[in-house]
Design a protein around this ligand. Structure first.
Ligand code: GCV
Length: 834
């Protein structure tokens, strides 16, 4: 039984920039741990400094010192019953003889016993020993002094991280700064952040990082860069983290100068073998390759009419003798024509890979995104998991929140991931839970597991937001054991990251657990996809961007109806890619869950859901409810002031303040868009009706002019104002006709990349507030150079006392390309958010 000490607040925590993540080893409150049994020493059964067992000893020493205030010596030999012993089972046997009760461990597994005089942390291998040490330290850091003795093994051998880092130092879909690995076409000299990253990953049981983007640059493989990759591998190795490399399929031609990159051509095969030999000479434990081929413009075997299996096996053979593996991505699709009712990007993975089942070498793992499109806010489980019975598979998750708020919105992802991991695909009418498919258990496959696109950067928050780190932490914990409860994982992370104050634990738990449902509510509902702008930044709302292009993320919405008909009977036939029981469930509108209705069926906007609401009214209501929930995140966080160090408190406050405003931008944009499309009014008369707003364009303008925003729904009543020139100040003035009283004054404006405008707002001569358009410096998402759903932002001044007839004036000073744009103001009485 786990006994968690009831720990009270430590008082005020020291400033923390987030760099240590959940490995802060913060001191436990004094007096709370006097009953702990102190080990006589730390016995690390390996004295080679680059070995994970040695590192485990160092971590334990640091943990005892910082968490408990104990200075404990490290030794490397001799059996001491009252020590904390860390090593492999085999090393322990050599030194101390056997230990009873340890079952057979799987690769990377460990045994942890705190029963008796000492503590034994014994890994199946060095890496397992380090994992065990981190688990024990995590117990200490959470004030958990339970007597335990258990063995634990990872769910699957492949527990990888993908970084989409480019050789120039940028990161595709990265929101936490520049690459910690690359700059200017080569590997950075200072790899201290790479080592710190490996430490974080090892502490949650992750065992490899593919360091470069799947949209790979062939120059990654120059001799100079292979040497640099070797240096990264050197700093990873003590943490048991292996290095993997993404390949560009055309490299033999573009880098090697061959006339072809045909995977069956002997000179191409030889070229890849040579490069692979060179890599393994420098990095003998290189984990393997990751390949994106024939997708989104990346070269692949289709150029030569070869199959994806031909491509995968080419690399598999090259790495086989070195024990390497090939992660081959199933994210392969073509541009499609929306006028074809049967066309469907969601079908692509099964179409390409299904016929190749059983044709991949044994060291190939097909890496499959959780849903058939692309990391949307809700997708059904990819049917490919049920179509590859004789092929190793891994699930690809996305820790970086590409379509899901880009770390400027709070979104705790594991509840979303769980919808897929826990899904029973019923292959052959038998239980076939996705987590058991990827572990290899269900179809008796030797390899399999997990990959997540993480994209940390040089920012000290790693991901761009402190709260987003719960997703990385939970990814590791789930990859180790996908049956873990996502809320208790979250609470472990909160204790390790923010301490023991109950209001902090409860507050962050509630916000995080509410965050995915809230985001889904104010973005794309009922399985329509996220409705973010898929043609530009993937951040703010732009539902029109889904349709009328070849990307195949269609909604097929018009004034009467909406949704993709993916049935076999009348639609694209996608539902038929699932095993019979699941196919039947999705084929039938009555058994399709509401939350995936528009994924599988094309219905009228007035169609009644199982809930009884019409589709359109559900959209309206969900958007209001979701945005309302996002307001509570800010309130909850503010209630924690003083209980979290100022640096992290303020950083998160900035993001949650933005999110509370941007959730309203989302709400109004989506509601206005579909209201305009359908003409169906909101039963509750909220959509298009904002009695507390004054539109900027209806104010008296001096030095400002009106501007038609595109997309139209990204501005209240479609119009905003911008300064008449980029160098002259503008003023917008209005007489307030609201009853005298105290209001919150919200101002909606646009914060563009490429300028830092200034705004000041006055009531009469009284300055109420001022602000700068510096989102690009304080938020994490991809900025926009336009007035649109990405740049739309709200600032709120609270408790402003207003007299009826007061004159409100906003003075905007443009900067760079940013013409101090304004959309509207809202004067909100207590309790109203609009
Ligand atoms: C690395 C989506 C993303 C791309 C990404 C691609 C992939 O399309 O927007 O940035 O490319 O997925 O997963 O390969």
């Amino acid at each position: 039984m786990r006994s968690l000490l009831l720990l009270v607040s430590l008082g005020f925590a020291a400033a923390d920039n987030g760099l240590a993540g959940w490995l802060r080893y913060a001191p436990l409150p004094s007096g709370s741990h006097s009953h702990y049994t102190r080990p006589s020493s730390i016995l690390a059964l390996n004295s080679t400094t680059s070995s994970p067992v040695y590192v485990a000893g160092q971590e334990l020493q640091s943990g005892f010192k910082n968490i408990l205030g104990d200075n404990i010596e490290i030794q490397h030999g001799g059996c001491q019953p009252s020590a904390v012993v860390v090593g492999t089972v085999a090393q322990y046997k050599d030194v101390c003889g056997g230990v009873e009760g340890i079952p057979e461990l799987a690769e990377d597994g460990f045994w942890l016993s705190t029963k008796g005089k000492g503590v034994q942390i014994l890994g199946q291998n060095d890496r397992g020993a380090l994992y065990g040490a981190f688990e024990y330290i995590s117990m200490l850091a959470q004030g958990n002094s339970s007597q335990v003795a258990y063995a634990t093994n990872p769910s699957a051998p492949v527990r990888w991280v993908n970084q989409w880092d480019n050789m120039d130092g940028s990161i595709e879909r990265g929101y936490g700064g520049a690459s910690i690995f690359f700059a200017n076409g080569t590997i950075v000299k200072d790899l201290s952040r790479a080592a710190q990253y490996a430490r974080l990953l090892a502490s949650i049981g992750l065992n490899a990082v593919v360091v470069n983007n799947v949209n790979a640059n062939a120059t990654t493989l120059t001799s100079e860069n292979i040497e640099g990759l070797g240096k990264i591998a050197d700093v990873f190795r003590p943490y048991g983290v292996q290095l993997g490399i993404s390949l560009n399929f055309a490299s033999p031609q573009t880098l090697g100068g061959l006339p072809t990159f045909d995977p069956l051509n002997s000179s191409v095969i030889a070229w890849w073998q040579n490069v692979t030999d060179e890599i393994y000479q420098r990095i003998p434990d290189m984990a393997g390759y990751l390949v994106k081929a024939d997708s989104e413009g990346e070269p692949g075997p289709a150029t030569y009419n070869r199959t994806l299996a031909d491509a995968a096996n080419l690399f598999a053979k090259a790495v086989k003798n070195y024990g390497g593996i090939v992660m081959f991505r199933a994210f392969v699709y073509n541009q499609l024509d929306e006028s074809d009712w049967k066309a469907d990007r969601a079908k692509a993975a099964v179409q390409f890979f299904g016929p190749l089942d059983g044709k991949f070498d044994s060291n190939v793992v097909v890496q499959i995104k959780y849903g058939p499109i692309d990391f949307q806010v809700r997708e059904p489980t990819s049917p490919l998991f049920a179509n590859l019975l004789n092929t190793n598979t891994a699930m690809e998750l996305e820790v970086t929140q590409e379509y899901l708020g880009q770390q400027s919105h709070l979104l705790y992802l594991p509840p979303l991931w769980k919808t897929v991991l826990d899904f029973d695909l019923r292959v052959d009418g038998k239980q076939s839970i996705v987590r058991d498919i990827i572990s290899g258990k269900r179809f008796d496959r030797p390899l399999g597991g997990w990959a997540a696109v993480v994209n940390v950067g040089t920012n000290t928050t790693w991901l761009g937001s402190h709260l987003a780190m719960s997703n990385l932490y939970a990814y590791g914990r789930l990859a180790w054991n996908p049956t873990n409860n996502v809320e208790s994982i979250l609470q472990d992370w909160i204790r390790l990251t923010f301490g023991f104050d109950l209001s902090v634990i409860n507050g962050i738990t509630k916000m995080s657990m509410d965050s995915w449902p809230a985001y889904e509510s104010y973005s794309g509902n009922l399985g329509i996809q996220t409705l973010t702008d898929i043609l530009y930044t993937h951040f703010g709302p732009n539902p029109a961007s889904q349709d009328n292009n070849g990307w195949g993320q269609w909604t097929r919405a018009d004034h009467l109806s909406v949704g993709m008909d993916r049935t076999v009977s009348n639609g694209t036939g996608y539902s038929g890619q699932y095993p019979a029981e699941i196919a039947a469930m999705y084929e039938n509108i009555d058994t399709t869950p509401d939350n995936l209705l528009l994924w599988f069926h094309h219905v009228n906007w007035t169609h009644h859901l199982h809930s009884g609401k019409t589709v359109i009214q559900h959209f309206y209501d969900a958007h209001y409810a979701g945005a309302e929930t996002a307001q509570t995140f800010l309130q909850t966080w503010e209630s924690l002031k003083g209980k979290i160090d100022e640096e992290r408190y303020n950083d998160v406050l900035t993001k949650l303040t933005f999110q509370s405003g941007h959730s309203i931008v989302w709400r109004d944009a989506i509601n206005d868009f579909y209201w305009n499309m359908t003409g169906i009014p909101d039963d509750a008369n909220r959509v298009g009706n904002h009695p507390w707003r004054v539109e900027a364009e209806s104010m008296t303008l001096n030095g400002y002019k009106t501007y038609n925003v595109s997309p139209f729904e990204a501005a209240s009543k479609s119009v905003a104002i911008v300064t008449s020139s980029n160098s002259t100040t503008g003023t917008a003035t209005t007489k307030l006709e609201y009853p005298s009283g105290t209001y919150d004054l919200a101002v909606n404006y646009y914060d563009l990349y490429g300028g830092k405008s200034h705004w000041k707002v006055y009531l009469g001569d009284r300055l109420i507030g001022k602000w700068v358009g510096n989102n690009e410096d304080v938020l994490s998402h991809t900025p926009s150079i336009y007035l649109d759903g990405h740049s739309a932002t709200r600032i709120t001044f609270r408790g402003v006392s207003v007299n009826k007839g007061d004159t409100l004036k906003i003075v905007g000073t443009p900067d760079g390309v940013e013409p101090a744009p304004l959309d509207y103001i809202s004067l909100l009485p207590p309790g109203i958010v609009d």
